[in-house]
Design a protein around this ligand. Sequence first.
Ligand SMILES: Nc1ncnc2c1ncn2[C@@H]1O[C@H](COP(=O)(O)OP(=O)(O)OP(=O)(O)O)[C@@H](O)[C@H]1O
Ligand SMILES: [Mg+2]
Length: 222
Amino acid sequence: MITISNVSVDFDKKRILRKVDLDIDRGDFLYIIGPSGAGKTTLLRTLYMDVIPDEGYVQVEEYSTMTIKKRSIPYLRRRLGIIFQDFKLLEDRSIYDNIIFALKATGVSKNECKKKAVKALTNVGLFEKRESLPGELSGGEMQRACIARALANDPILLIADEPTGNLDPATAKEIFRLLKKINKLGTAVLVATHNYKIIKQFPGKIIYLKNGKIVKEIEDYR
Ligand SMILES: Nc1ncnc2c1ncn2[C@@H]1O[C@H](COP(=O)(O)OP(=O)(O)OP(=O)(O)O)[C@@H](O)[C@H]1O
Ligand SMILES: [Mg+2]
């Protein structure tokens, strides 16, 4: 489904990723761990082609970093759901309107937008709160709203960069319960995290990145 092949990335002539190989299949629940500065976020950015590798390539369905045109990148991103530690919700509108806004930007018709937004909010348990502004929600609810936004387009892969970095342990657990549920429903999930406690509670395949290199892969950590 997704292939990262021999990927190296340089920033300011400094090598940040070194010959990274990774395949992601339907049904995978995958963690990327490793010290701060190891290149986790950079690796995620190559998947949504915000960073184009200096060597090797990333292939997401029919899209390859070797051949993709700038104008096709929004189409690629429609296939992926992306969530961030700091939410990145628009504060001036309801979470329902946040999702509609994101869907519209990817060219979905008005009617489809409404249907998809309702479905996604229901899926994360926030339908009742759909008219709330982000500022009126708890951290966990905000993160669930982000997950709903990421899920609205039925992505093949959900990418989460440190999704529980701003949450207390109980709320973090709730978010991972949701990510596991989404994974069971058929979306691959890829999480970069420092939260080893969570990894113990919600096992998955682990990729350990150090100095831009995969130094260890653990099939199913418990
Ligand atoms: N746009 C950029 N320009 C120059 N250097 C960058 C850029 N983005 C990241 N780096 C450098 O690349 C290295 C890897 O950064 P990255 O953000 O991928 O690490 P990380 O593993 O996600 O770390 P953390 O756990 O702290 O989030 C760091 O040394 C960082 O300073
Ligand atoms: Mg990071």
